[in-house]
Design a protein around this ligand. Structure first.
Ligand SMILES: C[S@@+](CC[C@H](N)C(=O)[O-])C[C@H]1O[C@@H](n2cnc3c(N)ncnc32)[C@H](O)[C@@H]1O
Length: 229
């Protein structure tokens, strides 16, 4: 697979001056959220973002001035925290198939901390995203984060279907471009096809919290930022 970086002129969201105080604040928020979800729910049955990714997503949303944000894959809401912390104006819509107690507890935590700024839509994203009506007050989402089902067909559908909800030129982030792991094959293949088919222009590749010109193993985590055509 070729996941190399053709584009220039993109300013990475990494490492702004304020990074150190953000780090401890976001870490303690994530810990609070984790405790809350554990106290109210069962064990996690899917992956969650790590601190460096949450910080990255927060800075990215801020750098891209994204106030209307969608994510596919909420789990216990770490990426939602990233986006809601990016600016007091940011509003987030999450699509999530899992209705277990841990997810509901995380939603409760988010609502108590960020009232009226988060909307959670339960169901399979391959159905809920195409059925979603963009509110009349906006002309679509500024930023879309795809981190739901990791099967190729699901990621492919999510990238395609989310485009209809995106503002022209919206930012797209696809997580887990790690084809050396089983769960990374679907996202990596779907991303590569989206680039090949000119659905998205790559802006930045991240591997273990470093900007890289090409994604290649081994790395624990890797994700891509792009712009919808
Ligand atoms: C990796 S987790 C998301 C992590 C989260 N974004 C974070 O930052 O911590 C993936 C989530 O996608 C959800 N999911 C899986 N398939 C889905 C589907 N078809 N539609 C909606 N959500 C799905 C899972 O239930 C799980 O909560």
């Amino acid at each position: 697979m070729d996941m190399s970086m053709p584009s220039a002129g993109f300013k990475s969201a990494l490492f702004p001056d304020s990074g150190i105080s953000d780090r401890s604040r976001i870490q303690s928020l994530m810990e609070d959220m984790f405790r809350h979800a554990q106290e109210h729910g069962s064990v996690l049955d899917d992956g969650i973002s790590c601190l460096s990714q949450v910080l990255y997503l927060m800075y990215l949303a801020r750098a891209r001035k994204a106030s209307s944000i969608a994510e596919i894959g909420f789990n216990i809401g770490y990426s939602s925290i990233a986006f809601l912390e990016s600016s007091p104006q940011a509003k987030v819509t999450s699509f999530e198939i899992n209705t277990e107690a841990s997810v509901k507890a995380a939603k409760e935590f988010i609502d108590s901390r960020y009232p009226d700024r988060h909307h959670l839509i339960y169901g399979d994203s391959t159905q809920t995203v195409p059925a979603f009506q963009v509110p009349r007050s906006t002309d679509g989402f500024d930023l879309i984060f795809i981190d739901g089902g990791h099967d190729y067909s699901c990621v492919k559908a999510d990238i395609t279907n989310a485009r209809r909800l995106a503002k022209p030129g919206a930012t797209l982030v696809v997580d887990d471009l790690t084809p050396w792991f089983k769960w990374g094959i679907g996202p990596a293949t779907a991303w590569e096809e989206a680039v090949r088919d000119e659905v998205v222009t790559p802006l930045e590749y991240m591997s273990d919290a470093l900007a890289v010109s090409r994604i290649q193993g081994p790395a624990e985590r890797a994700w891509a930022v792009g712009q919808y055509w």
